[in-house]
Design a protein around this ligand. Structure first.
Ligand code: UT7
Length: 323
């Protein structure tokens, strides 16, 4: 059978780093509160010349280099973002053009923090359906542009960045030993749409709007939802937490990551954590964490890797891959 195999990963971060202490003069907060409640120590913030498209392009080029490929080898770009450069066209076609790619096709996916998990699942279906052979899957965000910088309950949590992955059609026997995407589980429930949203939009206010979140409410649902889709993914693949080599969760809050891993019985040393360095970068958080763990030699060929995310909508999901 056809499998969607990981050929390369890459990342890009804005030049400017903002430390927790840098918020202390802006809103009533402290390095201690942010670090203790979230695990975040710093985040990258985009300058005016750094956008979702430019960061996405840089991450895509890094992933192509890592794969030993060029844009000519790609036939589909799927960009997960909630902070597009423009309302339309899709930022994916902007990135396509920046890469000098005038063949194939490109589109954006909007599932907020779960965007990359949705995009990998979508790319896998295009590959297995025979519509694409090599797909650039990108998560790129500039959440700093939609933050209310006077709201301490949200502005300290998010950061900007991009991560990318090249998926390529390969052959598999159909079992758990295959390389590539092995199982996935996606969910959404719009009953929760007002717990994490942006209070503007093209069809309503005609403005971009600002991010609003009932943090405690999101927190309350997060661990249960995350562990549900992961258990569904484990059972679809016929594995248990013990079989995993690496757990690469969405990086929103270290307490959510720890509680999810504990509930699932995933050992602490198998969990990749980058929330301290990047904050919550929404759809970019999982591919950023993946590229850190690939670059430092933790994730190696043959490893069984689980990615997971949960966010606005709510949307949530998990994908199991063998590297
Ligand atoms: O990626 C999408 C998914 N998003 C998430 O996963 C976020 C989920 N939620 C969270 O991570 C946490 O709920 C937060 C980090 C947002 C908040 O942590 P918490 O432990 O749930 O705190 P809380 O909302 O219960 O607030 C505790 C107190 C409040 O004061 P009172 O009402 O107890 O007097 C807040 O006003 O902390 C206050 N507070 C702050 N204090 C200092 C809220 N933000 C800050 C701040 N600095 N930045």
């Amino acid at each position: 059978m056809i499998r969607s195999v990981v050929r390369g990963t890459g990342a890009a971060l804005p030049r400017r780093i903002m430390k927790n202490a840098d918020f202390e003069g802006m809103v009533e907060t402290s390095d201690e509160w942010i670090a203790q409640r979230t695990g975040i120590r710093q985040r990258h913030i985009a300058a005016d010349d750094e956008t979702t498209a430019s960061l996405g392009e840089a991450a895509a080029r890094a992933a192509l280099d890592n794969a030993g490929l060029t844009p000519a080898d790609i036939d589909l770009i799927v960009l997960a973002t909630s902070t597009p450069n423009n309302t339309f066209p899709a930022t994916a076609v902007d990135i396509q053009n920046r890469l000098g790619m005038h063949h194939g096709f490109a589109f954006d996916m909007q599932a907020v923090c779960s965007g990359f998990v949705y995009a990998v699942t979508t790319a896998d279906l295009y590959i297995r359906g025979g519509l694409a052979k090599r797909v650039l899957v990108i998560g790129s965000e500039t959440f700093s542009r939609i933050l209310d910088w006077s709201d301490r309950s949200t502005c300290v949590l998010f950061g900007d960045g991009a991560g990318a992955m090249v998926l390529e059609a390969g052959e598999g026997a159909g079992g758990i030993e295959d390389h590539g995407v092995l199982a996935a589980s996606l969910r959404s429930d719009g009953a929760h749409k007002d717990k994490l949203f942006v209070d503007g939009g093209a069809s309503t206010t005609g403005t971009v709007g600002h991010l609003r979140m009932e943090g405690r409410e999101v927190f309350k649902h997060a661990v249960g939802m995350i562990t549900d889709v992961i258990e569904a993914t484990f059972s679809a693949a016929g594995i248990t937490a013990e079989d995993l080599d690496w757990f690469v969760p969405h990086q929103a809050n270290k307490r959510i990551i720890d509680a999810s891993a504990r509930k699932l019985g995933i050992a602490e040393q198998k969990v990749v954590v980058t929330v301290d360095l990047h904050g919550n970068t929404s759809a970019a958080s999982v591919p950023l964490a993946l590229s850190v763990a690939v670059a430092d030699g933790r994730i190696k060929k043959g490893d069984l890797v689980l990615i997971e995310a949960m966010g606005g909508g709510f949307t949530w999901g998990a994908v199991l891959l063998r590297w």
